[in-house]
Design a protein. Structure first.
Length: 261
């Protein structure tokens, strides 16, 4: 295994009980990182923490709570007040027609997918700069580069976060603190399966048929494996990745068709 030179570093990984958050936490644990992982459901989170411990031998602390609330963020930061690595992740807002969404719906989406990561960055970045090491990775969405019609709240909130960190990343890079974004396309996660199920109901076809068709239109010919996503996160957190600043890395199997990314 490639040595990322982050052994014994400390990380907070948000929404890590399953899906892409769990994949990122596992990849960091394999690299020897000490973890604090968060999620809302305590039982699932504790089970995930124990499974990561057994596989990797890493120290993993589970902090149950809603990271989109001040209380949830405070609990995570109390368990790891001086993280070297921060992986921002929060469940995406509902899909649907924007005509049906209220101001409160929008405020909840912006809070979860824009303001929450910004508040966590605010709480941790100065310490990273003082210690001359920091890696912040924001899990956003492929919709930042190619908007998804029925995910308008996600399109808007996540693009807002991307714009904010693009400026901040350039301000802190001289302190060996990097901020980058990972933009997932189709990965086999509960969130993606939920969207596929909704599409299957709309078109009156089987969920597996929706997944198969998605794989067919992706140049890679398949849907992504969460472990691939976790490996990309760990790479951006490596000691040798300090010259990667303010980038949005799209992992979509080549679905976004562009010469310049």
């Amino acid at each position: 295994m490639l040595d990322l030179r982050i052994r014994d570093r400390k990380a907070i990984v948000c929404a890590a009980s399953k899906g892409l958050g769990r994949a990122c936490a596992t990849a960091l644990a394999r690299a020897g990182v000490e973890l604090v992982i968060t999620a809302r459901t305590r039982e699932t989170l504790e089970q995930t923490a124990e499974e990561i411990r057994k596989e990797t031998g890493a120290k993993v602390t589970a902090v149950a709570g809603d990271i989109s609330t001040e209380a949830g963020r405070s609990a995570a930061l109390a368990a790891c007040p001086n993280p070297d690595i921060l992986v921002n992740n929060c469940g995406g807002p509902p899909h649907g027609d924007f005509r049906e969404w209220s101001v409160e719906d929008w405020q909840k989406a912006v809070n979860a997918n824009m303001l929450t990561p910004i508040m966590l960055i605010k709480a941790t970045i100065d310490g990273m700069c003082e210690r001359k090491f920091g890696r912040i990775v924001n899990i956003t969405s492929g919709s930042v580069k190619s908007p998804i019609p029925n995910l308008g709240m996600s399109n808007g909130a996540r693009t807002g976060l991307t714009g904010f960190v693009a400026g901040l990343a350039r301000q802190v890079a001289r302190h060996n603190v990097t901020i980058n974004n990972l933009l997932p396309g189709p990965f086999r996660t509960d969130r993606y399966l939920s969207l596929a199920s909704a599409e299957a109901r709309r078109r009156n076809i089987a969920v597996e048929e929706v997944l198969a068709r998605q794989g067919e239109v992706t140049p890679a010919g398949r849907i992504g494996d969460p472990d691939e996503f976790g490996a990309a996160c760990a790479f951006l957190c490596a000691a040798s990745s300090g010259f990667i600043v303010g980038q949005s890395l799209l992992l979509d199997g080549g679905a976004f068709n562009s010469t310049m990314g």
